[in-house]
Structures are given as structure tokens and as C-alpha cells.
Write a protein that binds this ligand. Structure first.
Ligand SMILES: Cc1cc2nc3c(=O)[nH]c(=O)nc-3n(C[C@H](O)[C@H](O)[C@H](O)COP(=O)(O)OP(=O)(O)OC[C@H]3O[C@@H](n4cnc5c(N)ncnc54)[C@H](O)[C@@H]3O)c2cc1C
Length: 329
């Protein structure tokens, strides 16, 4: 008896959208390989690890509204990877503090936001430290090349780009203009993120806070989330507007300005150890949102948060739904 040849799919990007697409395709019987430029999976759902401390420095938590995503969430909760987070949340607005009135359930991965990515990647063939810089359409298939390894010998029946739009745009230079136009249609803003480690817990009347009208837009005590051990650490995100306007500052300059703003808000980091990270493409999305893009004539799909609302849930759904389309081909 002849066994059916499995279709091969290359997924570029091991953020939540790429991983959700890849795991679903794998469950449908496709042979999937994931290529990621960083040294670990998770993308913008990541956790910075230091000596004796850690901090979620990308996505802080997520919400779940769609039944498909809720189903995945239930499985992660059952596996002990995700739990509810019940912080006291402050809101700074019009020069004063108030308590947040939102009671929508918030979820976090444990012990760090990168756990969902690690969990999803655990059954996949994942090529880390591979910055893909060549996409070669050849004989109705795709061949890839990376900055680190040159052209790979393998060929793929489908290609999935699970990247922020501007990074997909760079990669698709040289491909037909309709593909490039999609990627160039969305601008994404950066985000400066400061992580502060304290020897003692700062006394603030909240675990996390939304800040409006300032350089900073979010402050969060990592230890208020479940299963976070190590030194007291706080994550401070600059606003999208300020970050984008100041994206070319040096880390020292950005950090100095954000720490001065944090001090005004009551978080004095003078005695804290500071790290800073610049997210070049943190946020941005198309409106209306197509959820994902599949171009069967090119055997090419695009998924990611920018195609579906700009958050964790949207990114996961984007990848999952794209996989469903590829299955139907
Ligand atoms: C600071 C910050 C705070 C956020 N807070 C929240 C929040 O609280 N709640 C929420 O729901 N969402 C939040 N988000 C948004 C959320 O993180 C994203 O929506 C989601 O993680 C996007 O997943 P993705 O798979 O679409 O993209 P990404 O996570 O960006 O994944 C893309 C991957 O592609 C890789 N890559 C890029 N180029 C290449 C290449 N050439 N070759 C190989 N690999 C490549 C990248 O390294 C990355 O791993 C936040 C994001 C940021 C940055």
C-alpha cells in the first residue's frame, strides 16, 4: 500500500501566531518546520531572565473572548501553563489615580509569559537563530535561505510568514507586488520597555497600572503574577506614541526619561537595577481586519497580530485560521 506524501510547510516566525499555525498544521498531518531568528520561541510574548530575577517584558497578560481561543486556553490551564491573574489595577488619568473598574478575566502564562510559546514549540521542528533573508519560489515550491546558514537544501509546498508586517515587507522584496503591498499597508509602532529590579518592594497601592497622557503607558509588578520568584521586578512600558517619536534615542536616554516619569508617578527606581529593551515593531493592525491572508496561487500565507486586532488572542486565532485554509487547499 502506498502512503500519502505529507505536504511540507515552512513557517517563519515562532511567535504565538506562527506557533498556533504550525501546531494546527502538524495536527492535520502536515510536515512543518519553523524558522526563528531569536534564540528561543515566543516573540513578543517573552520573558527576560536575569541572575535571580525575571520580568515579562512583552505582552503582560491576555484576555479570551473567542470560543476557539477559549478552548485552547482551557487546555493550557489544565496543563498548568496558564492561570488567572487578579491584580489590583490603578488608572492614572487627568493627574489623578483611580481604581480600574474592568473585571474582564486576565490570564498569564506561568512562570513567565514565554511558557505558552515554549509549550507550543515543544512538539515542532524549530530552527532557532535563523534570520530568514531569502524566499525563493522554485518549481511550485519554496526554498529558504538564512543570514546564518545560507540557502537550505529542503523545499516546501507552502510558506507561512508569521512576522510583524514591516519584517514581512523586507522579506517579500522581490516577490510579486500584491504580496509586498499587503505587508507595506500597515505601520507598526515601537515600544521602549524598562525593567527595574528592587531589593525591597516599592510601596505602591496597586500591582499594575494603566497610565494615560504620559510617556509611560503601563507599570506592572511581576511578582503580583502567579509563580514568579526571585527579586522584586517591575516592568514599565512607554506609550506607543512616545516610543515611536523617540525610537532612535539611545537606551540610556530613553531609560532616563522613562524613569523620571515613573518617579513622578510614585515609582522611584533610583536604587533599582535597570535593564531596557526596544521593541522595534510592537503594535499596529489593519482595520478592518482580514484575520489572515492566504494566497493559494503563491502557496503563501500571512498571519500575525497585525492582521487580527493586534493582541495575543488575535495573533493565535490568525495562525489557527490560516492553518485551516491551508488544509482546505
Ligand atoms: C511591549 C508589548 C506589550 C504587549 N502587551 C500585550 C498585552 O498585555 N496583551 C496582549 O494581548 N498583547 C500584548 N502585546 C501584543 C502581543 O505581544 C502580540 O500581539 C503577539 O505576541 C504577536 O504575536 P505574533 O506571532 O503575531 O508576532 P511576534 O510575537 O512578533 O512573532 C514574530 C516572530 O518572528 C520572528 N522573526 C522576525 N523576522 C524574522 C526573520 N526574518 N526570520 C526568522 N524569524 C523572524 C521574531 O523574532 C518573532 O519571534 C504586547 C506587545 C508588546 C511588544
Amino acid at each position: 500500500m502506498q502512503t500519502a506524501v505529507k505536504k511540507r510547510v515552512a513557517v517563519i516566525g515562532a511567535g504565538i501566531s506562527g506557533l498556533s499555525c504550525a501546531t494546527h498544521l502538524q495536527s492535520l498531518g502536515f510536515e512543518v518546520e519553523v524558522f526563528e531568528k531569536s534564540r528561543g520561541p515566543s516573540g513578543r510574548m517573552s520573558t527576560r531572565q536575569g541572575e535571580g530575577w525575571s520580568a515579562d517584558h512583552g505582552a503582560q497578560y491576555f484576555t479570551a473572548r473567542d470560543p476557539l481561543f477559549k478552548h485552547a486556553l482551557d487546555a493550557w490551564i489544565a496543563d498548568g501553563i496558564v492561570g488567572r491573574w487578579n491584580p489590583r489595577i490603578g488608572v492614572f488619568e487627568g493627574c489623578r489615580w483611580r481604581e480600574s473598574s474592568s473585571n474582564e478575566p486576565r490570564y498569564v502564562a506561568n512562570p513567565g509569559m514565554n511558557m505558552i510559546g515554549k509549550h507550543l514549540a515543544s512538539t515542532l521542528t524549530l530552527h532557532l537563530n535563523q534570520t530568514i533573508d531569502q524566499l525563493v519560489p522554485i518549481n511550485n515550491q519554496w526554498q529558504l535561505g538564512s543570514n546564518e546558514s545560507g540557502l537550505f537544501a529542503s523545499f516546501f509546498d507552502f510558506l507561512v510568514l508569521a512576522l510583524p508586517a514591516p519584517q514581512a515587507a523586507v522579506l517579500t522584496k522581490g516577490l510579486p507586488s500584491e504580496i509586498q503591498e499587503i505587508c507595506y499597508s500597515v505601520k507598526m509602532d515601537g515600544c521602549w520597555t524598562v525593567m527595574a529590579r528592587f531589593s525591597e518592594r516599592p510601596s505602591l497601592p496597586f500591582d499594575a497600572a494603566f497610565v494615560n497622557g504620559k510617556k509611560i503607558s503601563w507599570i506592572c509588578r511581576n511578582q503580583s503574577k502567579p509563580y514568579r520568584s526571585g527579586h522584586e521586578s517591575w516592568t514599565i512600558h512607554a506609550s506607543a506614541k512616545w516610543s515611536q517619536e523617540n525610537i532612535e534615542l539611545t537606551p540610556q536616554e530613553a531609560s532616563a526619561q522613562l524613569l523620571a516619569c515613573a518617579k513622578q508617578l510614585g515609582l522611584d527606581c533610583s536604587d533599582a537595577e535597570i535593564s531596557i529593551h526596544r521593541w522595534r515593531y510592537a503594535s499596529g493592525f489593519t482595520n478592518p481586519s482580514p484575520e489572515f491572508i492566504f494566497l493559494p496561487e503563491f502557496k503563501l500565507g500571512l498571519c500575525g497580530d497585525w492582521l487580527n486586532g493586534g493582541r495575543v488572542e488575535g495573533a493565535w486565532l490568525s495562525g489557527r485560521k490560516l492553518a485551516g485554509q491551508i488544509e482546505n487547499i
